[in-house]
Every structure is written in structure tokens, then in C-alpha cells.
Design a binder for this molecule. Sequence first.
Ligand code: UGA
Length: 429
Amino acid sequence: MNICIVGAGYVGLVTGACFADLGHKVICVDNDRKKIEALKKLKMPFYEKGLHDMVKRNVKAKRLSFSSRIEEGVKKSIVIFICVGTPPRPSGEADLSSIEHVATEVARNLSSYCIVVEKSTVPVKTGKWVEHTIKLNARKKVKFDVASNPEFLREGTAIDDFLHPDRIVIGVESKKAEKILLDLYKGIDAEVVVTDIKSAELIKHASNSFLATKISFINSVANICERTGANIAEVAHGMGLDTRIGKSFLRSGIGYGGFCFPKDLDAFIHISGKLGYDFGILKAARKVNEEQKALFVRKIEEALWIVKAKTVGILGLAFKPNTDDMRFAPSIDIIDSLKENGAKIKVYDPQAMEKARGVLKGVTFCKDPYEAAMNSDALAIVTEWHEFEVMDLDRIKKLMKKPLVVDGRNIFDPQRMKEMGFEYISIGR
Ligand code: UGA
């Protein structure tokens, strides 16, 4: 099938590469010419495991191409995926201007039947607006369908998530669109949920919000563990064995970050409010998440006593391991708070250094965890990269001014750290 992907960001590029790998002919379009030129030279705009090889393979096989001209993609394709960003406005509302722009451009270039599919995360009822915008701007009277096919991939495991999803959600309002989209996903073995467009839109917002709430819930329980001497790892394990609860997303830490959960929660709260419903649970989940970062900073500060002029080494900057994504990374707020209180900051991340240089100012960038530990009064673990789990702790201890480790991701065994002579502070245990 000929497919056009509009927006070569995380979702668009991974989706395009995976569909090409399934044997479809894909054109990825983006109005960022530099990005497209780089992609033509097989340079990825971000780090994602396995993506470079997959793109290379499919470009070589002539199943995947790139263009900065939307008309090129729209005219040739039967399915057009909208994968542009829906960033938050200051009010928390999703900014849908890029969606409107793409819908208008698609409409102007429509020449034969196609399905316009929302893949970006959008508030419920966006599909109706996309349909309306296309009708308003179409130059010819061409039949089209709108559909919603939300993506559930996680950064770091995006390709695997795309090819082996828990479910595929297809929101459609015509049998024709349903058949074409089912055919498109034929190579993937997963349960397919076919629904109306509004339900599909809601499945995405509700899923992300539920997962974020699960994280805030376990972080709240971790705070009770700290006050009672219970151990959050054991509590989470005991809870997670109940299949109704499930083991995943019960890791307590410094709270969720990234470009999905914080903005999707905000957008879901906002659209619920607009529909006349005050989504209190989500407001509470958001509050817990903000407090969790502040609590982590307080732990560092209490362990240091006087923060001013002390050096804190930060291990991990990306919002989670196996990505270089710094958007809404908890590290940013944590570093800002420590700096405000006069701490000197040294940072290291295995992948996110380049992106971090654009975001973090007034910090020292280090070449490895050992340089970050050197002469530091405290070492704060902010992202649970495997590289930190296996680092030489004896060497770290010798390099530090004071062997203090504040672990926001619970990557070490407290007993072992104590035996090694560290003052070790973690979350909920
Ligand atoms: C999330 C969802 O998991 C995907 O299903 C969804 O497609 C994506 O958003 C999206 O909407 O595009 P992602 O943001 O890439 O994916 O990352 P996650 O692995 O879900 O982690 C999100 C945040 O939660 C991270 O900051 C992570 O550290 C935190 N987290 C996750 C915890 O603090 N505890 C956990 O147990 C799990």
C-alpha cells in the first residue's frame, strides 16, 4: 500500500520505517527541510534503538523515501497518517494548529480517495474537526475518510512496541476505511480493537493518563513506606502479582517525565473541563508527580546540610534510559532547584549530552560517571541507565569528596551500598 506519513518526529519516523519494513511503500513528509535533507543522508534526528538500520534497509529497498513537499506524499497515497506534534499551550490545552495546518494541506492536494488517519495524540472530537477542515479546503469533490489510529510506542523500545503491540486501535466510521486499515496492519499479530473515532481518541488519552496515575499512586505509597520503614520494592511486588493490578508501571522514583505523560495528562484534564467534567483524580496524579521531584531535591539538600557551593554530580539527564529525549525530563527541574540553592552541578548522560547542552546552562558536562563523581559532595541518580548499574562503585567512592549517593531510581541494593561505605538514600525504602 502507498502510505504518506506527515511529520517525521518520534512517532512518524518509527511508524514510517516499520510500515516500510512490513512491505508498504512509505513517503515521510516534514516541513523541516534540514531534517528531510539529513534523513535522505540517513542521519536520524534523534536516537532510537534499531531505527537507523531499519531506515537504511528500507531506503535501500526503495520502500521508504523522504520529502519536504506534502503534495508529493498526498497525491501518491491511499493512507495519510498525521504524526505532527500536539504540544501543550500554557493552559495545558493541546495546541492543534499543526493538525489543522496538515488537514488543510492534505485537502488542497486531494486527488483521489484516501483515509486521513490521526496518529498524533489528540483530544476527543479532533476527528470531527479534521473532517470539517478537509471538507472546507478541498479543491475538488473527492471522497475521503477520517480515522483515528493512536500509537502506543514507548521511546527506547519504539520499534519493538510497534511490531509487537498489546493491541492495535482503529477508530473508523466507514467499512471501507476499516478494511484498508486492517489490511495495512496484516503483518502484525495483535488484537485489533475497531471502534468509533471518538472512542479511539479517548483510548489514547485515557491509557496514558491511567499509566501516569499508576506511577503517582506508587510514588505516594513510597512516601508512606518512608514514614513507616516498609520497603516499596516489596510492596510493589506484592501488589503487582495481582493480575488485576499488574506488575508494570509500579516503579517508584522521581516521577514521570517525557513528552507524553505530562502533556497528555494536562490535555485530558483540559478537554474534560471543557466538557464540563472536573477530572480530580488526574489533577491529584499531576500534583503528586510535581511533589515527587521536589522531595528528591529535598533529600539531597537534607543530606548535604548546606547546599551552597557544594558539588552535586547528576547521573542521567534523559527522561528515561535508552533515549536522548530531554523534553519534560525531571532532571531539568531537579538541576534548576539545586542551582537556585547555590549548588555546583556536574552532569553526565550516556546519550542525551548533545540535547542537554541546548537545555541546561551553567552546569559542567562530564565525559563519564567517574568525572561527574570526582570531587562531588553528592551523586544523584536521575535516570536508570544500565551503565550506572554496572559502574565501578569502589572507584566512584574514592573519587567523591563525600560518599553520598541519592538514588532517584532505586538501582542499587541499600544493604550493599551501606556495606561499601556509602551513605545511600533512595525512594521508599
Ligand atoms: C508513553 C507510553 O508508555 C506509551 O505507551 C505511549 O505511546 C507514549 O507515552 C506516547 O504517548 O507517545 P514514553 O513516554 O516513551 O511512553 O515512556 P514510558 O516508558 O511510558 O515512561 C514515561 C515516564 O514514566 C518516564 O519518565 C519513566 O521514568 C516513568 N515511569 C515509568 C516511572 O516513573 N515508573 C514506572 O514504573 C514506569
